[in-house]
Design a protein around this ligand. Structure first.
Ligand code: VGL
Ligand code: ZN
Length: 204
């Protein structure tokens, strides 16, 4: 158990209609062996599979986001950006991890698809908000990669847009470019009113 999940502020919660699971960027390039591997990124996959089972068991929807960059995306080193080449659309590195058990009816949201624009939030430049509204979604359960970029920025937008947010504290990992970035991101999300749960906190 990592330091984050030891926090006392974990909640319990019962899944209900209007809930959605948002599986964030579980793509080969963010996992060990990938070009932008996140430490422990593989550890969240079996946990997310259990969240997927829990949502499926209740007939609740699962959405999966993916970083989906064109070649020469502005975020890549050769273009002056902060990152190595990663998650180029249509490549193996951009594929969802094979061990992730996404349901066949998963809604896939691709982000950061324009060459000259970075988008860490899954709401930015996508139709995620309208998809969720059309589906009557009120509460967003978000896990995946990375705590300090996509998860953080998606939670910021979700709270601004009025969604209730639960961060899956046992199913996120940070890039931690600067040590402590992941911890600071978790603190900011909590300050924005995002609640934290773990698998144990999901009532059957
Ligand atoms: C992300 C780094 C680079 C993310 C995307 O989705 O968290 N992080 N590109
Ligand atoms: Zn990216």
């Amino acid at each position: 158990m990592n330091a984050a999940t030891k926090s006392s502020e974990l909640e319990r919660c019962q899944l209900q209609p209007g809930d959605v699971l948002l599986v964030t960027d579980i793509q080969n390039d963010f996992l060990p062996g990938g070009t932008l591997a996140v430490a422990g990124g593989d550890e969240v996959v079996p946990v997310l599979n259990r969240y997927i089972d829990a949502f499926q068991a209740q007939g609740l929807p699962v959405y999966a986001t993916r970083d989906w960059h064109p070649l020469r995306h502005c975020s890549f080193h050769a273009q002056g950006g902060p990152w190595p080449v990663h998650c180029v659309a249509g490549t193996h590195g951009a594929d969802f991890a094979a061990v992730l058990t996404l349901p066949p009816d998963t809604t896939v949201i691709s982000k950061a698809t324009s060459r000259d624009r970075e988008a860490y939030s899954s709401f930015q430049g996508t139709n995620l908000d309208s998809r969720l509204r059309e589906a009557g979604i009120r509460r967003l359960f978000i896990g995946g990669l990375t705590t300090d970029y996509c998860v953080l920025n998606t939670v910021r937008d979700a709270r601004r847009l009025g969604y209730d947010v639960f961060v899956l504290a046992d199913a996120i990992r940070a890039v931690d470019v600067r040590p402590g970035d992941g911890q600071r991101a978790e603190a900011e999300m909590a300050s924005l009113g995002a609640r934290r749960i773990t698998l144990d906190g999901l009532a059957a």
